[in-house]
Each structure stands twice: as structure tokens, then as C-alpha cells.
Design a protein around this ligand. Structure first.
Ligand code: OSB
Ligand code: MG
Length: 369
């Protein structure tokens, strides 16, 4: 596959409802799309960075610069035999996983189309349906949170994850548990706590949580291993895991019992597969995280989630939860059983709505070989 051109586009997509985490609130999601042309075939992927570097150190604009100045020149005019080779070209670049994933994943879409197979089977996945959970934004009161949870549970979602931060934790967790004693329930702190909160975090043990996601620093593994010794609830690492070595370090140190795999955060499908295979081998449950993706990023998440080892419901949910209109057809739907059926046509398996993308584009740049 010869890389002939890479087009970057920034779209502004308004969320149906604002999404608030411990690091900030999002009303309009800037979406960075990669459209890559190779031998007459077009591949699509999404750079899942946030608008500002508040989740990890990447942001949409930083990723754009890194692709323009460093990544695109390393692959334009070059050929790769398989998409998994792409990362070899990027070996000299440190970090910037989401930027890399944008290019690598677009090549996965192309490789799958050229071979005439759905992306999920090219990746080695086998599940034809994936279990889904939802991630609920911070709410102003526990009552509001209960309303949101009720809607998602009646839609069929198999797991509820609530965002928490100091001052918005125990009251919210206990409100949900009182009404729903048996659901799979987890919490995500996005690094809002410190080891000094260990006593407070130990109180979460009373609520039979599936996990607590990323309680401590975004770049820490060691302190999480100390915290895990003090609490029963399994820690799940999100922000701290950027590649296989991080996962190995975390598991060997006992810093977590579960890993959240995000395609962008780990640098694309190849690195995600490394972590998935390792988790499977080590008996560590994994699941696919979300980044408020458009349909294009969502389609990649669905394909990845079909691999063995993704044993827990992910944060990959229906297009309609986020967007009035999505940029793929059909949109992502969730069954009443809380699953997504994996599309079976070649490549991503969804039609990309090019005209809508053009209409919503606020910035565009084309790089050619
Ligand atoms: O920590 O999983 C996270 C959204 C943006 C940044 C970080 C996270 C999230 C979510 C939303 O939890 C997941 C989704 O529904 O896409
Ligand atoms: Mg998270």
C-alpha cells in the first residue's frame, strides 16, 4: 500500500448534552479526521485527542502539527505491505500516540478493503456482537444521575460507569447502588485523587464496584500499586497505559486488575493488539474505552472490541447518545440486549458521509507524496 495523500480535517460536532469529567466540560467536540489515499482506495480514521491537553498531553492542534511536520513525511510516497508495519516508520518519534493512531488506523481500513474483509476479521476478532456500557457525565445532583442511569439501563446497556471527583463521589455511588443493587457499576476519576485519599477510596469497597478507573495521576503506575494494596475494588488504568510495556509494568507491580484499551491512547490497532494479547495471556480483563468519537472512531472501536480478551462491556455506545446526526451510515445502534452488532462488509463496514463531513469541516489540509 503506497501512501499517496493524507487529508486532515477538523470538524466541530455539538454534543447532544455536555460531557463533564474531573478535568473539564465539553459542549462542542472538535473531531480530527484522517482520510488517507492509497492505490485508489480511501481509508478513514480519527485522531481521538481532546481539544486541550487535559486528558493526556496530546490535543487536536498538537496532533495536527505532529502529523504535518513529522508523521506524514515519514510515510508519504512510501509503501507498507501491511498496516501493522506503519509503526515501524514512526519508531523514531516519541509519544504522540493519538496522532500516530490516526494514520495507522486509516491504513488498517485500507488493508481490510483491499483484502475484501471486514476490519474486525483482519484484526483477528471473532465476536459478531460486542457488549456495551455507557459512561455518564458528572451531574449536578445524585437525583439527576439516577435519571440518566435509568434511561441507559432501560435502553439495555450492560454496565454503567459514572464520572467522579472529590466531593462528587460517595453520595452519587450510594444513590445508584441503593436503586440498582445488582448492576455492573464502575467509577472513573480521571486522576482526580491522590494517595492521601486512600481512606475515602477504601469506602468505595462497600458498593461492589466493578472497578475504579484511573484514581491517581495520569502518568503514574507506582502509586496506583500502593493504592491497590489498600483497597479491594479493582483499579483499572486508563490514562497511564500508552503501550505494552506500561501494561506489563502495571500488572507486574499489581497497580491494576483491569485495563482500559483505547486505540488512540495506545497508538493504534497494532499496539492495542499487543496489549489485548498480553491481557488475555495474563488473565487480566480488558475493555475498549471511548473518547466521545464520531462514527469513524466508533467504527474502529467496534472492530477492536471483537478480539478475545475484551471481556468487559466497553464505553462504545450508540451514535444517538452523542450526536443528533453522525457522519457514518448506518449510525451505530445498540440492541435491547445492550450489544452492538459488528458490520460484516469490507473495511470499517459503514458508509462514510463525505458530503456531511465537507459541510462540517472548519479546517482542512492535504499532504501529498
Ligand atoms: O476517561 O474514559 C475516559 C471521554 C473523554 C475523555 C476521557 C474519557 C471519556 C469517557 C467517555 O469516559 C467515553 C465515551 O463515551 O466515549
Ligand atoms: Mg477513563
Amino acid at each position: 500500500m503506497r501512501v499517496e495523500s493524507i487529508t486532515l480535517r477538523k470538524l466541530k460536532m455539538r454534543l447532544k448534552a455536555p460531557f463533564e469529567t474531573s478535568f473539564g466540560i465539553t459542549h462542542v467536540r472538535p473531531v480530527l479526521l484522517v482520510e488517507l489515499r492509497s492505490d485508489g482506495v480511501t481509508g478513514w480514521a480519527e485522531v481521538t485527542a481532546t481539544e486541550s491537553p487535559f486528558y493526556t498531553s496530546e490535543s487536536i492542534d498538537i496532533a495536527w502539527l505532529v502529523i504535518r511536520e513529522y508523521l506524514a513525511p515519514l510515510v508519504l510516497g512510501k509503501s507498507v505491505a501491511t498496516a501493522s508495519e506503519t509503526r515501524c516508520h514512526f519508531a523514531a518519534i516519541r509519544g504522540h500516540e493519538m496522532a500516530r493512531a490516526g494514520i495507522e488506523n486509516a491504513l488498517w481500513d485500507i488493508e481490510a478493503q483491499r483484502r475484501g474483509v471486514p476490519l474486525y476479521s483482519l484484526l483477528g476478532g471473532s465476536q459478531s456482537e460486542i457488549p456495551c456500557g455507557v459512561s455518564l457525565s458528572l451531574q449536578s445532583t445524585p437525583e439527576k444521575l439516577l435519571e440518566k442511569a435509568a434511561i441507559e439501563l432501560s435502553a439495555g446497556y450492560q454496565r454503567i460507569k459514572i464520572k467522579i471527583k472529590p466531593g462528587k463521589d460517595l453520595a452519587y455511588i450510594s444513590a445508584i447502588r441503593k436503586v440498582y443493587p445488582d448492576i455492573q457499576l464502575s467509577v472513573d476519576a480521571n486522576s482526580a485523587y491522590t494517595l492521601d485519599h486512600a481512606e475515602l477510596l477504601r469506602k468505595f469497597d462497600d458498593f461492589n464496584l466493578l472497578m475504579i478507573e484511573q484514581p491517581l495521576c495520569w502518568d503514574d503506575i507506582y502509586l496506583h500499586s500502593r493504592l491497590q494494596k489498600q483497597i479491594q475494588t479493582r483499579i483499572c488504568l486508563d490514562e497511564s497505559i500508552h503501550h505494552l510495556r506500561h501494561a506489563q509494568t502495571a500488572i507486574e507491580l499489581g497497580a491494576c486488575g483491569i485495563i482500559n484499551i483505547k486505540l488512540g491512547r495506545v497508538g493504534g490497532h497494532s499496539s492495542a493488539r499487543d496489549i489485548q494479547a498480553y491481557c488475555l495471556n495474563q488473565n487480566i480483563p480488558a475493555w475498549c474505552g471511548g473518547m466521545l468519537e464520531s462514527g469513524i472512531g466508533r467504527a474502529h472501536n467496534i472492530a477492536a472490541s471483537t478480539l478475545p480478551g475484551y471481556v468487559l462491556p466497553g464505553d462504545v455506545s450508540a451514535s444517538q447518545r452523542y450526536w443528533a446526526e453522525d457522519i457514518i451510515e448506518p449510525e451505530v445502534h445498540v440492541t435491547p440486549q445492550g450489544t452492538i452488532r459488528v458490520p460484516q462488509s469490507p473495511g470499517l463496514g459503514y458508509h462514510v458521509r463525505h458530503e456531511l463531513i465537507e459541510r462540517w469541516t472548519v479546517e482542512k489540509e492535504i499532504f501529498r507524496a
